[in-house]
Design a protein around this ligand. Sequence first.
Ligand code: SF4
Length: 234
Amino acid sequence: MATRTATHEQLMAKALIVYERLLATYGDHPLVPRREPMHELISTILSHRTTQSNEDIAYQRMWERFGSWEGVRTAPLDALIEALKPSNFPDVKAPYIQGVLNRLHKERGEYSIDFLRDLPVEEGLAWLTAMSGVGIKTASLVLLFCFSKPIMPVDTHVHRVSQRLGLIGAKVNPTAAHGVLFDMLPHDPPFLFNFHINMLRHGQRVCIWGAPRCEQCPLTDVCDWYQVHRPTDK
Ligand code: SF4
């Protein structure tokens, strides 16, 4: 089915409607750091293709076994992989984590990324994404969640819901979606935080993988997917 291409102004207007409706549905969340920046960074690396509870268990096991970032950095790789087993791909994530710690040890002499607070967002993004295992999603989450930087993290749920709504095109991959969505939203950190959190919730609860639960959705009238797939009278 051919669809008219929306202008940038129309997409901005639609994004604001989506924001307001999801805010009314899932609430307004204060942008307060949920955990210390190093914890956020390492946990986000552990979260890839892993449930929240298994990510938490892996983090706790790592901390109980090695007791400090220095302990994690200098641990035998096999032992760190073993500790991280509740998370998927521990053999990949363990070297990533030690790579982050080695870089901090070498460059800064301390295991802290608090310096990112004082860097412009683009510099912080470049510093983080220069490391293996830290992609734009992880870096954006850390910069927004921990340091209230104006940036738009896009995870798999935000990406899927944005595509179905028609905020981003079918060919826009998750990496590109970070910039596309950011350009159509107000560059206000609390706004971006709530847009991210509530799009994620919507993707987990209603606009799920497979068949979305459109009958529960407050966005049907602005959703491209729904206009094409909605139930029709016989
Ligand atoms: S109408 Fe359906 S496809 Fe569109 S955002 Fe809502 S749940 Fe997702």
